[in-house]
Design a binder for this molecule. Sequence first.
Ligand SMILES: C[S@@+](CC[C@H](N)C(=O)[O-])C[C@H]1O[C@@H](n2cnc3c(N)ncnc32)[C@H](O)[C@@H]1O
Length: 203
Amino acid sequence: MPAAYEQYLVPVVFRPFAEDLATRAAALRPRLILELAAGTGVLTTGLLEAAPSAEVTATDLNEAMVAFGSAQAPGAVWRQADAQQLPFPDGGFDLVVCQFGVMFFPARIEAFTEIHRVLAPGGRFLFNTWGPLGTHAFEVALQAGLERAFPADPPRFFPTVPHGYADPAVVAADLAAAGFAVEDEQELTLQGRAASTADLATG
Ligand SMILES: C[S@@+](CC[C@H](N)C(=O)[O-])C[C@H]1O[C@@H](n2cnc3c(N)ncnc32)[C@H](O)[C@@H]1O
C-alpha cells in the first residue's frame, strides 16, 4: 500500500500541498519539528530541504508507512505513534506539522490536546485539512463512480472522512477546546498533475 500511495497519489494529490506546508514551516524558523501522520514522507522530505538546520521527528500510526517513509526521508528520526497518544515528553518541540492527517483522528480534541502538550511555550501547530468534497475535482468523479457502481448503498468514505472536517469554525472550536488560539487560517487551491488518467484511477 505505501508503494502504491507513493507512486500514484503523492505526485498528484499530496506533493503540491507538501511544498506549500514545508515553505510555511521553514518561515517559522523551527529547531525541533514533530511531524504527525507523515505517511510515505513527502512533507518530511520537504521539511528537511526547506529547514535544513531543524531536527525532524516523523511519525505515523501505520508501521508500514513508517518503514517506507524512513527509507524515503532518512534524514528524519522516524517512529510509530498515534497522534492521540504521543510518546513524547511535554514541551519538547517548537513546531508540530501534519499534512492531511487530522481528518483521520477519531478523537480530534484529544489529539490536539496531545499536540499542545508536546509543544514548548510559544510553539506552533501547522496543518492542513481538505475542503468539502465538491472542491476536489478528482474525488467528485470518484464518488460519482462509486454511486453508479453501488446505487443502493454507495460508500460514504470520501465525503465523510477525508472531506468531512472542512468547516473552519468546527476546526477552530476543536483547537480552542485543546488550548490553541487560531493565528491564521487560509483556503488554498492547488493543481496536481498525474502521469496519466490510468495512474490516478489506480491510485
Ligand atoms: C492521507 S495520509 C497523509 C500522509 C502524508 N501526511 C501525506 O501528505 O502524504 C493520512 C495518514 O494518516 C495516518 N493516520 C491515521 N490515523 C492516525 C493517527 N491516529 N495517528 C497518526 N497517524 C494517523 C495514516 O496512517 C496515513 O499515513
